[in-house]
Design a binder for this molecule. Structure first.
Ligand code: PLP
Length: 447
C-alpha cells in the first residue's frame, strides 16, 4: 500500500522471493498482497500498517484465551530461565509435563490413563496411528492395520496425517493417501444425498456405508476409525443426532478402535472442555493440540485409554523398546505454558462463555443474515460455527465455483477488517474466535 515503508517493502519482497507458505497457491502467491500483522490483543489483530482487524477465525481455530496474555508470556519466561529444555526420552522428566498430564487426565472424560506429547496435531495423529499398529502387533494380529477416516475430515498434513485427511485438495500431487488409509462418507447433513429425508435415515445410511467398507476390505484388516466430533477445516460439520452411537455399534461389532481428533474441539471450543461426551463418543484414543496452549507455543497430546495402554504395557511388551518420540516431546516450556493456559480457561470459565456467547452469536447471525440471498445454512456449536453460501438456498445447490465464491466472501470480510476462514470446495464464512468473546464483540462480528 502507499504507506508501506521501504524497510517493510524489503521484507515483503523477501517473503515473495523465499517463503514457501503453507496451504498457498505456489504460482499466484508470488504476486499476492500479503496480510502482514504485527501484534494481537484479545480478539484483535493489528496489521503492520496499524489497522485493527477482528480475528473471528482465532488464528487457525486455536487462540482460545485470546492474543496478548501476559500470564502466558510470564509462564514461558520463568520456565525458560529455570530449565529451557529437557528431553523426555527413557527416564528423564521434569515438573511441568507431569503436572500437565495430571491436569489433562482430570479434565478428560474418564477411562484415559496415559499421555504422549508431540508438537502438532499432525504428529499426534501420526503417533496415534503408530500406537494403534503396535497395539495390534502386541495382540498378535499384524494384519489388522488399515485405518478408516472420513471425506471432508482434516487430521493434518504429514504423510500419515495427510493420508487420514479426507480433503482431495490436500492430497493432490503428493501421492497420498498412502495404501491402507480409507475414507467413508462425511456426516454432512447439509450435503446429504437427495434421497435422504430425515436425520435418522441419514445416520442409518452413514453407518451402512461404513459397514460396507469394512466388509469389503475385510474386518480383520481394519484397525481404527478416526473422526473429529465436528469436522472443522472441512467445513464445520456437526454430526446428525445419533450418528456416533450408530458408528460405535459398527466399530464394536468388528473390534475397531475409535479415535476422536479433538484438535479443534478440545479446550472449551464447543462450550464444554471436550466435545466427545456431548456426542456420546467413547474414544479409545484422543488427539489434542491447538487450544492446549491457545497457539502460544506448539504442543500436542496423544491420549490413550486404559484399554489401549494396558495392551501396550502388557507382558508381551516387557522387553520391547518403544522406539518413538521427538526431541521436543514434553518440552518444559510448552507444557508450562499449557498449564498456565488451562488455568486461565478454568478461572475465567471460558468453556461456559463459549457456550453462552456462541449461542448468542449464532442466533444473531440467523436473525440478521438468515434471510439474505445465498445464506443457505448457519451451523456450529459453541464458538465454532459457519455460514454456508449456496447458489440456490432452497435446493442447497452449491455455486459452480464454490471455492471462488468462498474466496470472495473471505476477501469481502477482510476488506471490512474481519478475518474468517473458508474450506476448499465450499463457500463459507467459518469462525472460531477466542473464547473470551463478549456479546458486544459478537455484535461487531455480525455487523
Ligand atoms: N486435526 C485437526 C482436527 C485439525 O484441525 C488440525 C489442524 O487444523 C490437525 C489435526 C493438524 O494439526 P497441525 O496443523 O498442528 O499439524
Amino acid at each position: 500500500t502507499s504507506n508501506t515503508s521501504t524497510a517493510q517493502q524489503r521484507l515483503i519482497d523477501a517473503d515473495h522471493a523465499h517463503l514457501l507458505h503453507p496451504f498457498s497457491s505456489l504460482y499466484s502467491q508470488k504476486n499476492k498482497e500479503l496480510a502482514f500483522f504485527e501484534s494481537g490483543e484479545g480478539i484483535w489483530l493489528t496489521s503492520a500498517s496499524g489497522e485493527k482487524y477482528i480475528d473471528a477465525a482465532g488464528g487457525l481455530w486455536c487462540t482460545n484465551v485470546g492474543y496478548g496474555r501476559q500470564e502466558l508470556v510470564d509462564a514461558a519466561s520463568s520456565q525458560m530461565s529455570k530449565l529451557c529444555y529437557l528431553h523426555s526420552f527413557s527416564n528423564f522428566t521434569h515438573e511441568p509435563q507431569i503436572e500437565l498430564t495430571e491436569k489433562l487426565l482430570s479434565l478428560l472424560p474418564s477411562g484415559f490413563d496415559r499421555i504422549f506429547y508431540g508438537l502438532s496435531g499432525s504428529d499426534a495423529n501420526d503417533s496415534n496411528v503408530k500406537l494403534i499398529w503396535r497395539y495390534n502387533n502386541v495382540l498378535g494380529r499384524p494384519e489388522k492395520k488399515k485405518i478408516i477416516a472420513r471425506e471432508s475430515g482434516y487430521h493434518g498434513s504429514t504423510v500419515t496425517a495427510g493420508s487420514l485427511t479426507g480433503i482431495t485438495a490436500a492430497h493432490r500431487a503428493f501421492d497420498i493417501p498412502r495404501p491402507g488409509f480409507l475414507h467413508t462418507v462425511a456426516a454432512d447433513w447439509h450435503r446429504r444425498p437427495d434421497h435422504i429425508a430425515t436425520e435418522e435415515e441419514f445416520v442409518r445410511y452413514l453407518a451402512d456405508e461404513l459397514e460396507k467398507l469394512i466388509l469389503a476390505e475385510g474386518p480383520d484388516t481394519i484397525a481404527a476409525f478416526f473422526a473429529e466430533p465436528i469436522s472443522g477445516s472441512g467445513g464445520i460439520i456437526p454430526p446428525p443426532a445419533g450418528y456416533f452411537e450408530a458408528i460405535d455399534a459398527v466399530l464394536k461389532r468388528y473390534d475397531i478402535l475409535m479415535v476422536a481428533d479433538e484438535v479443534i474441539t478440545g479446550f472449551g471450543r464447543t462450550g464444554t472442555w471436550f466435545a466427545s461426551p456431548r456426542y456420546n463418543i467413547k474414544p479409545d484414543l484422543m488427539t489434542l493440540s491447538k487450544g492446549i496452549t491457545s497457539g502460544y507455543l506448539p504442543l500436542s497430546a496423544s491420549v490413550l485409554s486404559e484399554r489401549v495402554s494396558k495392551v501396550l504395557y502388557s507382558e508381551a511388551e516387557a522387553d520391547g523398546a518403544f522406539g518413538h518420540g521427538f526431541t521436543a516431546s514434553g518440552h518444559p516450556v510448552c507444557t508450562a505454558v499449557a498449564m498456565a493456559n488451562i488455568d486461565i480457561l478454568e478461572r475465567e470459565k471460558l468453556p461456559e462463555n463459549a457456550a453462552k456467547v456462541g449461542a448468542y452469536l449464532q442466533n444473531q447471525l440467523r436473525e440478521q443474515l438468515g434471510d439474505r440471498p445465498f445464506v443457505s445454512d448457519i451451523r456450529g456449536e459453541g464458538l465454532l460455527m459457519t455460514i454456508e453460501f449456496d447458489k440456490d438456498k432452497e435446493t442447497r445447490t452449491p455455486f459452480v465455483q464454490a471455492s471462488k465464491a468462498g474466496h470472495f466472501a473471505i476477501q469481502a470480510c477482510h476488506d471490512e477488517k474481519l478475518v474468517i476462514r473458508g474450506a476448499r470446495g465450499r463457500a463459507l464464512a467459518a469462525m472460531a474466535p477466542p473464547l473470551t468473546l463478549t456479546e458486544s464483540e459478537a455484535d461487531q462480528i455480525v455487523e
